[in-house]
Design a protein around this ligand. Structure first.
Ligand SMILES: [Zn+2]
Length: 310
């Protein structure tokens, strides 16, 4: 048996966020750059409150801070605006406060606008929360936001999306519907990246989110978090960890994924932590490892980390 869960409405297209009829009195959750970039005016919100202090790799304390600051305010809806970090915080706050959630990505890769997953830092470790009630009610994907995005942010987000759809295609809990979405998403992302046609990334990222959000990522993501814990960007870590994972799993996407990583020119990564300790930590990540197509032992993990480090 399998189930598909997605926001009850998805609005897609250049200008979709500016043209949307938002409810009055929302709480906007975003990061520092939102006002100076003119994003709040672009949305034409009425009587809104704002929290614009979401940090990269946000911690669960940020969500607790927002909840204690705004829980007695009379707001109607939570709007998340920004990269995956802002959306993960906004979804979690909306879920905890039982408010309607509207998600608007400004970078394209996490797929967070359509998934039931929120990734937050708990005690210095990246932790993913999964709950059907975390999923947003409305997702608005507006490719206008990609204009002016630094190349480095675009490539880190896009490789995350490539990793998500290709890992999810191979996932043990994939089904015909998610496989269809994930394969289509990879085709779109690959062509967008190799032809520098970045506006197409918004579509590839959305379809990836719908695909992996209804199956799961696997070994590549499990391996990446120990690097993120040492400050390496999510996408940058995945460029290497998903490559190694695809090789280990004999994934049909291995060569194509490697080609994209090479084209985007990601620098090498290195883990300072002891590999044995890192492997122990990764082994606890059952959400990702149990869905991997092949069983992964501690020895396999150490070998994979050694390979990535070299
Ligand atoms: Zn990811």
């Amino acid at each position: 048996m399998w189930n598909i869960l997605q926001p009850s409405s998805i609005h897609f297209g250049a200008g979709a966020a500016s043209e949307h009829d938002f409810p009055e009195r929302p709480l906007l959750i975003t990061s520092k750059g939102a006002k100076s970039r003119g994003w709040t005016e672009y949305l034409k919100l009425k009587n809104f409150q704002i929290f614009d202090q979401v940090e990269p790799n946000p911690s669960i304390e940020t969500t607790e801070k927002i909840i204690s600051e705004f829980k007695n305010e009379n707001f109607s809806t939570v709007i998340g605006l920004g990269g995956g970090s802002s959306l993960d915080v906004a979804k979690y706050v909306g879920y905890k406060l039982e408010k309607k959630k509207i998600m608007i990505p400004t970078t394209f890769g996490s797929g967070s606008e359509v998934t039931k997953i929120s990734v937050l830092n708990v005690d210095g470790k990246k932790t993913s929360f999964h709950d059907t009630k975390i999923i947003s009610d409305v997702a608005i994907i507006d490719s206008n936001f990609i204009k002016g995005t630094p190349k480095n942010v675009i490539k880190n987000s896009a490789i995350d999306s490539c990793a998500q759809c290709s890992e999810a295609y191979d996932s043990k809990i994939a089904n015909p519907y998610t496989k269809f979405l994930c394969e289509k998403a990879f085709d779109i992302l690959e062509s967008a990246l190799l032809k520098n046609d970045y506006e197409k990334l918004a579509l590839g990222s959305l379809i990836t989110g719908l695909g992996f959000g209804n199956s799961s990522t696997t070994l590549g993501h499990a391996l990446s978090y120990v690097y993120s814990n040492e400050g390496i960007m999510h996408g940058h870590a995945l460029a290497h960890t998903t490559s190694a994972a695809h090789e280990f799993n004999n994934s049909k996407f291995y060569e194509r994924f490697r080609k994209i990583v090479k084209y985007l020119d990601f620098s090498e990564i290195n883990l300072s932590q002891n590999l044995d300790d890192a492997a122990e930590l990764i082994l606890k990540d059952r959400k990702h490892l149990d869905n991997n197509p092949k069983t992964v032992s501690k020895t396999n993990l150490i070998e994979l980390l050694r390979k990535i480090n070299s």
